[in-house]
Design a protein around this ligand. Structure first.
Ligand SMILES: [Zn+2]
Length: 401
């Protein structure tokens, strides 16, 4: 499989998105006036400002570990010259780009602390409300950086709509509400749009209308779908990523072919599916989820590591923030990904898929989001758990013991 590439259509979308983004930013600027937005802080401001040279590190380049070399942290970013830097001899340990979890539900600052302590330096939230929750967690210096979907689109009468704190503006009754739903989310600061695709649930016309509207505003669209039928509906709507993977039957070759043909990205959340399979619900089997990932991979579908970590009241499975990403990597390897593919699924691939151009690799000018681990995770993926040190935007964060 091509490493970190294979995305001509997706790249085209981002090119367009960059143009349209100006329009979207305009909407945001108008909407944000008077709203309680946390002031975004730059990566440089988040760093310690200190210049540190990590010597004798073997760097994961997306494919292999390099021969021992030096990586410089300079004012929050990966630097070029070690001149004047404090030196830290890393004794030949492996240096990975900060890990990215492509499916979490943020709750509070503790969420970010747990993620950081396990080397997860970027967390991509896939639904939280009210919007003040994620607005207050953005750009905190030295802590895991987040993006958020905010309020998802759900159907009237759906289980989500009955959650007492669920914002009424997330309940969508038809395609004519697509514009309002998307502009409401952009006004609140949602980075991408999330749809709950369920049966019964939002109909095809509504899902397609919201997706078109989101794309017109340069926003990616995430779909929750847990059966072959609802995945088919999400694919017809032309969403960008589909989260979860069915437990009641493996993903079919036909569905995998549609995924691959459209360039749609899969975030299987095997950790969550394993948890649900363990609840003893008749007809649910983890083997279906694992086989589905194998089928998606064989079809050439891009797969991202996401855990569905949450601390949401009423959700029966609550994977722990941070540590669960290491478990997800193990499950992905168990489903047939190579160790290098698994590492890419939590580094360069999510960075590219979400348009995060300043991270996902160890490269001059990128954020100094780094994880130093003992052993060789390419030989044994479990080595990612042996964390020696973590840097978030250049600031060192104490690893979980
Ligand atoms: Zn979720």
């Amino acid at each position: 499989m091509a490493m970190c590439i294979n995305e001509s259509t997706r790249r085209e979308f981002f090119k367009n998105a960059a143009v349209i983004g100006a329009a979207a930013a305009g909407v945001q600027a108008v909407a944000a006036s008077g709203a309680a937005h946390a002031a975004p802080r730059s990566a440089a401001a988040a760093g310690s400002g200190e210049k540190v040279a990590l010597t004798n590190v073997r760097v994961f380049d997306g494919r292999v570990l390099s021969a021992p070399r030096t990586v410089v942290i300079d004012n929050g970013l990966i630097g070029i010259s070690a001149f004047g830097a404090r030196t830290v001899d890393c004794g030949g340990a492996a240096l990975l780009p900060g890990l990215i979890d492509s499916h979490i539900h943020v709750q509070n600052e503790g969420t970010l602390e747990q993620l950081a302590s396990f080397g997860v330096t970027t967390g991509l939230d896939m639904a939280c409300f009210p919007p003040s929750v994620f607005q207050g967690l953005r750009g905190l210096p030295g802590l895991t950086d987040i993006r958020s979907a905010g309020t998802p689109a759900v159907a009237p009468g759906s289980p989500q709509s009955r959650i007492p704190t669920f914002p009424p503006s997330g309940v969508v009754t038809g395609p004519e509400q697509a514009h309002q739903f998307v502009t409401d989310r952009i006004a609140e600061g949602s980075d991408y749009i999330k749809l709950i695709v369920d049966s019964p649930g939002l109909d095809q016309a509504t899902l397609t209308a919201i997706t078109r509207k989101a794309h017109a505003f340069g926003r990616l669209v995430m779909a929750h779908a847990v059966t072959n039928a609802t995945i088919g509906t999400a694919l017809t709507a032309n969403v960008d990523m589909i989260h979860h993977v069915p437990l009641d039957a493996a993903v079919t070759a036909a569905i995998a072919g549609r995924y691959a043909g459209s360039g749609t990205i899969a975030v299987p959340t095997l950790t969550m599916m394993e948890g649900f399979a363990g609840l003893g619900i008749p007809g649910y089997s983890y083997a279906n989820a694992r086989d589905g990932v194998a089928t998606l991979r064989q079809a050439g579908v891009r797969i991202l590591a996401g855990t569905d970590s949450n601390h949401t009241p009423g959700i029966p499975v609550q994977p722990a923030f941070g540590s669960s990403l290491h478990h997800e990597l193990e499950l992905l390897v168990g489903a047939g990904l190579s160790t290098a593919e698994a590492l890419r699924s939590a580094t360069c691939l999510p960075a590219r898929s979400f348009g995060l151009r300043d991270r996902g690799a160890i490269r001059p000018g990128y954020r100094a989001d780094l994880v130093l681990v003992d052993g060789d995770p390419l030989a044994d993926i479990r080595a990612t758990r042996a964390i020696q040190r973590v840097w978030v935007g250049g600031a060192e964060y104490p690893p979980a013991s």
